[in-house]
Design a protein around this ligand. Sequence first.
Ligand SMILES: Cc1ncc(COP(=O)(O)O)c(C=O)c1O
Ligand SMILES: C[C@@H](O)[C@H](N)C(=O)O
Length: 384
Amino acid sequence: MRFSGHWIVGLDFPFRTIDEDFLNTMVMRRVDLRSDTVTKPTEAMRAAMASADVEDDVLGSDPTAHRFESEMARVMGKEAALFVPSGTMGNLISVLVHCEVRGSEVILGDNSHIHVYENGGISTIGGVHPRTVKNKSDGTMDLDQIEAAIRHPEGALYYPTTRLICLENTHANCGGRCISSEYTDRVGQIAKKHGLKLHIDGARIFNASIALGVPVHRLVEVADSVSVCMSKGLGAPVGSVIVGSREFITKAKRLRKTLGGGMRQVGVLCAAAYVALRDNVGKLEDDHKKAKMFADGLRQIKELTVDTSSVETNMVFFDIVESSLITPERLCQVLEEHGVLAMPASSTSVRFVVHYQISESDIHYALACVQQAVQELSTDGIAK
Ligand SMILES: Cc1ncc(COP(=O)(O)O)c(C=O)c1O
Ligand SMILES: C[C@@H](O)[C@H](N)C(=O)O
């Protein structure tokens, strides 16, 4: 399908009049909004990787990994840190260390990444039983429901034993919503009251910190462990970091080896992650502004509905109105034909994730493509 004619879209959003020549030039543009995991390493990261001081991190300690882990522990306000290959492994190791006794149960959100997107690893690999509590639209769980989900010791003959509560900040499936330090503290109080541990899936904790204006160490103050993704909005090519007590990290390091995550000259990866931490935290605010700009533009497309008030960080979810014949899959297909990459989020919604390698001009282009695609899919009746 080729777009034809001017892209006068009659929107008061500062869309430009895009004529065919400009459009055809623009069609060569690639705007990857599938996730903030798609960023490519910068020259500074590549240079750091190339010159990293490395040693075998299994037989001893890779000096660059050690320096990076020490810095992450300091930034996050915890005793120690451990570099791991992915956020999935960071969460898995954290849950398994806290729930190292057979028959353990973890309370987590029914829409949490750990529960939805990690292949049930805590159960299939770790033998840990999940007990879900409904995630509210803001990414939190009702505090009373959390407390009610905690198994009573008198039921020990029948029930698993609750040992851990997991939160997710920002909450990806709830649209990148931020969890406040006050709410986190309340969950921490519940955990402490019942002798439980608290883990935070902090894949995008720096996004929450910037959006809330709260230091990361304050956001995770009451957590026993946090998994932080360096490979998302911070833009490192690979890796996450678990932070916690020295005792926790010692156990985590052993479990990382058990899972095959013990890495040799891992300083090559930590060097890039260190550059990401140094250079990119300050760019997250722009990501949030671009996401807001995107949502404002999408809101003006009548076949779409966007809750712009829920766009707190770098994610934009929008719904296609029920009366429309357009499906998220078909819309993403047409957008991909013009270089705009996005992911369906449900049977009625699409997710766009902004990152620091997306420019404002890219946002304008993507908006124009969405507008044109919706217009053409609606009129051509080829939605389904
Ligand atoms: C909230 C959240 N937690 C954990 C992960 C897992 O990270 P990874 O993809 O590095 O395994 C992701 C996505 O990647 C995520 O969005
Ligand atoms: C899809 C999911 O696993 C990934 N964390 C993302 O948000 O893109």
